[in-house]
Design a protein. Structure first.
Ligand code: C2E
Ligand code: CA
Ligand code: CA
Ligand code: CA
Length: 278
């Protein structure tokens, strides 16, 4: 009825208004305006299955909003994408990752960092490559310490343009990883043409490993096919020892998930990594 519609409309407007407000606040946070809250990267270890050592970390963006408190990337990344802020936000992530890599190096910690890339960053390959070059030079880090994670759907977005962008990043020395693998419709025949070195199996398959024979069969097939193509395999969202056990048995190269560690601030990651090397 009329009320239902009015309610729906009010709800929609609130949604849009909220997004506009978040976009405004995010722009202020990027410009580091006083009282605009704080952007930070948290780091989650990828653990080498065989040695149990930290094989690297994934950088995950966090935003401490001045009034709302912590706002998750699941909320503000889509806002940034919609309001033209994802490129400057992505630039910030690239710079901050390189700064942190240099800080770790100065503390005697060799680390690798994977950053997540949005489709819009790949649509401007010149600017993207320049950002990486600048950040790498400014902090004196090695491009081989950096990995770009792009989701399967991004990899398929505009095949020719994506391929060119990724080739240039690979030429710089960066590694490329296909994120959320298994959720899209990409063919491995196409992915094989990209300069990709890693596949990350989506959490939805990992979740079902202990209860679903189908999930086990899919994960086994993906790992075998990936290895046949000389790709490394990471399992994301590993939460139980049982899942880890299945994945070790199938020779998955790296494991990532709450079972090992949650994403954490850089200082906590430093302590965590030291604890695991000792
Ligand atoms: P993603 O790239 O697939 O990142 C993995 C997400 O799974 C992260 O959520 C991480 O905290 C969470 N996770 C890790 N281990 C576990 C586990 O064992 N169980 C469960 N339930 N979750 C786990 P987060 O940090 O909220 O990030 C969500 C998404 O936001 C990311 O998904 C990524 O797509 C996007 N994102 C985060 N940071 C950035 C960024 O700097 N740039 C871009 N473009 N996207 C980002
Ligand atoms: Ca990722
Ligand atoms: Ca993922
Ligand atoms: Ca995922």
């Amino acid at each position: 009825g009329g009320n239902g519609f009015a309610f729906f409309e009010a709800h929609m407007q609130a949604g849009v208004r909220e997004q506009v407000e978040l976009a405004h606040d995010l722009r202020a946070a990027l410009a580091r305006e006083p009282g605009s809250g704080r952007l930070a990267l948290h780091y989650q270890p990828k653990v080498a299955t065989a040695e149990g050592e930290v094989a690297g970390v994934e950088a995950l963006l966090r935003w401490q909003h001045p009034r709302r408190g912590a706002v998750g990337p699941g909320v503000f990344i889509p806002v940034a994408e919609r309001f033209g802020l994802i490129v400057p936000l992505g630039d910030w992530v690239i710079k901050e990752s390189c700064r942190q890599l240099a800080a770790w190096r100065d503390e005697g910690l060799q680390m690798r960092v994977a950053v997540n890339l949005s489709v819009q960053q790949l649509r401007q390959p010149d600017a993207l490559v320049r950002r990486f070059e600048e950040a790498i030079a400014a902090h004196g880090v090695d491009a081989r310490q950096l990995t770009c994670e792009i989701t399967e759907s991004v990899a398929m977005d505009d095949a020719a343009a994506t391929e060119r962008a990724l080739q240039r990043l690979a030429t710089l020395g960066l590694s490329l990883s296909i994120d959320d693998f298994g959720t899209g419709y990409s063919s491995l025949a196409y992915l094989r043409r990209l300069p990709v070195s890693q596949l990350k199996i989506d959490r939805s398959f990992i979740q079902d490993l202990e209860t679903s024979a189908d999930a086990r069969a899919i994960v086994k097939a993906v790992i075998e096919l990936a290895h046949a193509l000389s790709l490394q395999v990471v399992a994301e969202g590993v939460e139980t020892e049982g899942q880890a056990e299945v994945l070790r048995g199938k020779r998955c190269d790296k494991l990532q998930g709450f079972l090992f560690a949650r994403p954490m601030p850089a200082e906590a990651l430093t302590r965590w990594a030291r604890g695991h090397d000792a």
